[in-house]
Design a binder for this molecule. Structure first.
Ligand SMILES: [Zn+2]
Ligand SMILES: [Zn+2]
Length: 228
């Protein structure tokens, strides 16, 4: 956790998230809320700088962007947020919106920080990842496996070799990490069963008419893969 993240109480974090969602709601309803007024009010109430709240709002944008959701224009996602705070933000959003939590943030922020680790070791992963009972993401995955596979792919699809189509808000080339033998079919969560694909190739492996054939080709192309 970075120094900047420390010392934020649950209450001020929650007030920030509530403000953020309130601004979003008003905009959807056709109003023109002034963001700065919100920061000023929060700043007065909690004795932090206006800038501190603006940055925090950008962290909230980041959490929303990890969930693939809309964020407020003018508040570009800032990924410099500790996992702990990011997870709290995610949790607060789902509570305020009274929806089931779909936790992706803890996993993705760990992937991101592992990607910047120069000595990222080849992970062992899990032969038989545990099923999550309560969560929407069905399996307990190892963030190191995803990070290692992404890093190893170096921004290129491991099947068609094309570069990732865009960068994410975290500054990472966007590739999708795919388990060759599906976890739901008993596949392992190990780098020997996992590849980084561009979205087109990924969809083809799931829905393409030739998916059986291309899997054979994939095993040939990516020598680290071990047939399961
Ligand atoms: Zn591809
Ligand atoms: Zn997949």
């Amino acid at each position: 956790m970075s120094k900047k993240d420390s010392g934020w109480t649950h209450e001020e974090l929650r007030a920030s998230v509530e403000s953020y969602l309130d601004i979003q709601r008003r905009i959807r309803e056709g109003e023109k809320p002034i963001k700065k007024r919100y920061y000023e009010r929060l700043s007065e109430q909690y004795g932090r700088s206006i800038k501190a709240f603006e940055y925090r709002m950008q962290n909230i944008s980041y959490v929303l962007s990890l969930q693939g959701r809309e964020w407020l224009s003018g508040l570009t996602p800032r990924s410099n947020v500790g996992t702990n705070i990011a997870v709290q933000i995610e949790d607060m959003i789902s509570r305020i919106e009274s929806r089931e939590p779909n936790p992706v943030v803890a996993f993705e922020t760990k992937v991101k920080s592992a990607l910047t680790n120069k000595n990222l070791e080849k992970p062992i992963g899990n032969e038989a990842p545990k099923r999550n009972v309560s969560s929407i993401s069905d399996f307990e995955r190892d963030f190191k496996v995803k990070a290692w596979v992404l890093k190893n792919a170096n921004g290129k699809c491991e099947f068609c070799s094309n570069p990732a189509p865009f960068e994410t808000n975290s500054g990472i080339p966007y590739l999708e990490v795919h388990h060759v033998r599906r976890l739901a079919d008993g596949g392992s969560d190990k780098i020997e069963n996992t590849v980084a694909l561009c979205p087109n190739c990924h969809k083809e492996f799931h829905y393409g008419i030739n998916r059986k054939e291309i899997v054979v080709e994939l095993y040939r192309k990516v020598p680290r893969l071990i047939f399961e």
